[in-house]
Design a protein around this ligand. Structure first.
Ligand SMILES: [Zn+2]
Ligand SMILES: [Zn+2]
Length: 686
C-alpha cells in the first residue's frame, strides 16, 4: 500500500472545517438549503472514508484537502452532481486518483462505501461487532471505473417503532445503500444527512378519522358527520363499528376535511420534515362503504386512489415541498385487489406509490409458484397492479419478521433473491419489509443483508454473495454454517402455517378452551393432522441437528481462541471507543456463534412447544387424557418461562420491553386454559 492518500472535498474551507461540517446536521434545513446539505453530507462521507481506510491499515496517512494534489499521488475526490435521491453514483479514475460522483447526496455515500467494499470492508451487523476488515488492504480501488444505478429506486426496511431510533442502525442502513427510513425524533436529521428520504404515517386515516376526534367547532366527528363513515350493508351507521367499514368517499365533506388535515400534518410538528406519507385505511379487515356513490367509484383500491388524487391536488396547490403519498395493496384495508379504473394522472406524476403487503403469504413457496393455493391471490393481485396501474410506482412489502414471527431465527437465503427478482420483473421500483430487526440479529443478519443487497442489485451472484457471507462471518466454519442455515431454512419453512395471521396454527389454537376439541386440528397446505405433526416433528429434528452442529463449531472455535486471541489483562479505567471495541469484541466468531445458538435455542423450543400442543390437542380429540403430552408441555413451558428473549421492541412510543421466551410463543394463555380444563376435569365427581 502506498503511503498516503488525499480525500479531496472541493468546497472552500473544508480542509479545516470538515470535522465540524460532518456533524452539524442539526443546524441544517435539508429540504430548503441544498448547498448546506451537500457540504454536510460530503464532509460526513469523507470522514467515513478516512475512518475505515485508517482502520484497515494504520500506516498510510489519509488527509482531507480542498484541492487535487499537485504531484501525482493517490487521491479520492468527492463530488455531488444533482439532487437525485435514488442513490446512483459513478466512479471515474483520473490520473493518480479517482472521482466519486454521487447523483445526489445518497449516491455520494453509496459511492464511498463502494470503494470500501472494493477494499474488502463488509458490515454484517450494526456496530464494530458486525464489521469485517480487509485482509490485505490496498488502494487498487482507485483503478475502478463504473456507473451504478440501483435495481429498486427506493430501498428500505420498515422500522416504524420508536425504539428503532438508533444511530448505529442508520449507519448500517447507509452502508447498505438504504435511501428511505421511518423518521425518528432523535435521529431524523442524522437520516437527512445520510441522504435518506423520511417516511411516516402507517394507518393514518384511523387516527385522523377517530369518531371521537374534535372538529374546530368542538363537536366530535361522529356527532357532526356520521355520514362520513362507510355505510354498512344493513344501511344503519353505528359509532362502535364506524371504523370497521372504510370511509364514504362520496361525501365531499370528508374529502375536504382529509385534504386539510393531511396538509396540517405535513406543515407542523413531527411530520413537517417527512418526504413520504402513508395514508392507509382502517386496518380492520372489514368492508367498503356500500352506498351507491362509492360503488360507482370502483373497488377498494379505486376508492383509495380517488381519495389520494384529491389530496394530491390540494397538496400541489398548497404545499411548498415535495411529499410522496402512498397507499397499500393489503387485505386489512380492503385494497388488496388491483385498481379497475385508470390511475389518476396526478398521482403518477407526483411519484405517489402503492406498497404491496401480502401479509398472509406462505414462505414455503415463492409467490410465483403455481402449486401454492395460499399465494395464488397475492400473485394475481401483484401482477394485476403491474398491468392495470402503469405509471403508478409499486413497492414490494415483505414480512420476513412480521410481529407473529416474534423474532424467530428465520432464514430466507433461497427465497429472497428469487422473490426480489420476481418483484422487479413485475414492475416494483421500491422494496421494504416488516419489521426491522432489533438487536440480536443472529442468523437473521443474512435476511437484512440479502434484502438490502438485492434491492440494490437484482443481478447479484447468489452463490458468491452467500459464500462471502459465510466466510466473512464464520471463517473456518463457513461450510458447516452454510449447512446449518439450510437446516434452519427448511426446518422453519412452514413458518406461515405455524404462526402467521389468519392461516397459522396459532390462530386455530388461540380460541381453544382446552377441553376436548370438537374438530380435528387442520391447516391449509396439510391434508391431515398427521401431515401437520409429521412436518412439525421434521422441523424440530432439523433444528435440533442445526443446533448440535452450531455447538460443534463453537467448541472448535473455543479450542483455538485461547491462544489466538490477544491476552489483554491491563484494562485502563477509561476506554476510547476503539479500546472498548478491542475488549468487547475480541472473539468475534465465538460471539457470533453464541448469538446464533441463543436464537436457535429459542426457535427450537418455540417449535417444540407448538408440536407438543398440537399433539395434546390431537390426543384429547381422540378421546384420550393426554397425560404424557401434557407433562411435556408443562416441562417446556416452565423452561421457557425462565429465560428472557431480550428482543421485543414493540411499543409505538420510545422505550424497550423485554419478554420471556414463553410469552413470545403467544401460547402462554392457551396453556393456562388447558391447565384450567385439566383441573376442572379432576375436580368433577367420579
Ligand atoms: Zn359511500
Ligand atoms: Zn405454499
Amino acid at each position: 500500500m502506498r503511503n498516503s492518500l488525499k480525500i479531496v472535498l472541493p468546497f472552500p474551507g473544508m480542509e479545516h472545517s470538515w470535522r465540524t461540517r460532518a456533524e452539524e446536521e442539526r443546524k441544517i434545513d435539508f429540504r430548503r438549503d441544498p448547498s448546506g446539505a451537500a457540504l454536510c453530507t460530503a464532509a460526513y462521507a469523507a470522514s467515513e472514508l478516512k475512518y475505515f481506510l485508517e482502520k484497515a491499515a494504520p500506516e498510510p496517512e489519509v488527509e482531507i484537502t480542498e484541492r487535487n494534489p499537485a504531484e501525482p499521488s493517490p487521491f479520492v475526490r468527492l463530488e455531488i452532481e444533482g439532487k437525485d435521491t435514488g442513490g446512483g453514483f459513478e466512479l471515474q479514475p483520473r490520473g493518480s486518483g479517482l472521482v466519486v460522483k454521487g447523483h445526489g447526496r445518497n449516491g455520494l455515500l453509496n459511492g464511498v462505501y463502494e470503494l470500501l467494499r472494493l477494499q474488502g470492508w463488509r458490515w454484517l451487523e450494526p456496530g464494530p461487532y458486525g464489521e469485517i476488515a480487509p485482509d490485505k488492504p490496498t488502494f487498487d480501488f482507485l483503478k475502478c471505473a463504473k456507473t451504478c444505478i440501483p435495481s429498486f429506486r427506493y430501498r428500505m426496511i420498515d422500522q416504524y417503532r420508536e425504539s428503532d431510533d438508533s444511530v448505529e442502525l442508520l449507519k448500517w442502513f447507509s452502508r447498505h445503500r438504504i435511501n428511505a427510513v421511518f423518521r425518528k425524533t432523535a435521529t431524523g436529521r442524522f437520516a437527512d444527512k445520510l441522504g435518506m428520504l423520511s417516511r411516516r404515517g402507517g394507518h393514518l386515516l384511523t387516527k385522523l378519522m377517530n369518531p371521537e376526534r374534535l372538529l374546530p367547532d368542538g363537536r366530535t366527528i361522529w356527532d357532526a358527520h356520521p355520514e362520513w363513515y362507510g355505510l354498512p350493508a344493513d344501511g344503519v351507521r353505528k359509532k362502535e363499528t364506524a371504523l370497521r367499514i372504510q370511509l364514504c368517499f362520496s361525501q365531499p365533506g370528508v374529502i375536504d376535511y382529509l385534504c386539510r388535515s393531511v396538509f396540517e400534518l405535513l406543515t407542523s410538528g413531527e411530520m413537517a420534515e417527512v418526504d413520504m406519507i402513508d395514508l392507509w385505511g382502517f386496518d380492520t379487515w372489514g368492508k367498503n362503504c356500500s352506498c351507491e356513490g362509492c360503488r360507482h367509484l370502483g373497488n377498494g383500491a379505486d376508492q383509495n386512489l380517488f381519495l389520494l388524487s384529491r389530496i394530491r391536488d390540494f397538496l400541489n396547490r398548497n404545499l411548498d415541498r415535495k411529499v410522496m403519498m402512498n397507499t397499500i395493496s393489503y387485505e386489512g384495508t380492503v385494497t388488496m385487489e388491483a385498481t379497475t379504473k385508470p390511475v389518476p394522472r396526478n398521482l403518477a406524476a407526483a411519484g405517489d406509490f402503492v406498497i404491496f403487503y401480502p401479509i398472509r403469504r406462505c414462505y414455503r413457496h415463492l409467490l410465483g409458484d403455481r402449486r401454492c393455493e395460499l399465494n395464488k391471490s397475492y400473485r394475481e393481485s401483484l401482477e394485476g397492479w403491474h398491468q392495470k396501474a402503469p405509471g403508478l410506482s409499486l413497492w414490494s412489502g415483505e414480512y420476513y419478521n412480521v410481529s407473529k414471527f416474534e423474532d424467530l431465527p428465520l432464514v430466507f437465503a433461497d427465497l429472497i433473491p428469487a422473490e426480489m427478482r420476481y418483484y422487479h420483473a413485475n414492475g416494483c421500483n421500491g422494496a421494504t419489509y416488516m419489521h426491522n430487526l432489533s438487536p440480536n440479529w443472529g442468523v437473521r443478519a443474512l435476511t437484512q443483508l440479502q434484502h438490502t443487497q438485492y434491492a440494490w442489485d437484482t443481478g447479484t451472484d447468489d452463490k458468491a454473495f452467500l459464500a462471502e457471507y459465510f466466510v466473512g462471518k464464520y471463517g473456518l466454519h463457513a461450510d458447516k454454517m452454510r449447512a446449518v442455515y439450510r437446516k434452519i431454512e427448511d426446518g422453519l419453512g412452514d413458518i406461515s402455517s405455524w404462526r402467521n395471521w389468519g392461516i397459522g396454527a396459532l390462530d386455530v389454537l388461540m380460541p381453544w378452551a382446552g377441553e376436548r376439541p370438537e374438530k380435528e386440528f387442520s391447516l391449509p397446505h396439510f391434508p391431515t393432522v398427521k401431515a401437520v405433526l409429521s412436518a412439525l416433528r421434521k422441523g424440530v429434528k432439523q433444528l435440533e441437528s442445526a443446533l448440535e452442529e452450531l455447538r460443534e463449531c463453537l467448541r472448535a472455535e473455543q479450542a483455538r481462541n485461547w491462544h489466538d486471541l490477544p491476552a489483554i489483562r491491563d484494562i485502563p479505567p477509561i476506554l476510547t471507543p476503539a479500546g472498548l471495541e478491542k475488549i468487547r469484541f475480541y472473539d468475534k466468531v465465538e460471539y457470533r456463534l453464541g448469538e446464533d445458538i441463543r436464537g436457535l435455542v429459542y426457535g427450537l423450543d418455540t417449535l417444540r412447544l407448538l408440536q407438543r400442543i398440537v399433539e395434546y390437542h390431537d390426543a384429547l380429540y381422540r378421546g384420550m387424557k393426554g397425560e404424557k403430552q401434557w407433562e411435556k408441555i408443562e416441562e417446556l413451558a416452565s423452561k421457557m418461562s425462565g429465560c428472557y428473549v431480550p428482543i421485543a421492541y414493540e411499543g409505538s412510543a420510545p422505550g424497550v420491553q423485554v419478554k420471556d421466551a414463553l410469552t413470545r410463543t403467544q401460547l402462554r394463555m392457551l396453556i393456562t386454559r388447558c391447565r384450567g380444563a385439566r383441573i376442572r376435569q379432576k375436580e368433577k365427581p367420579a
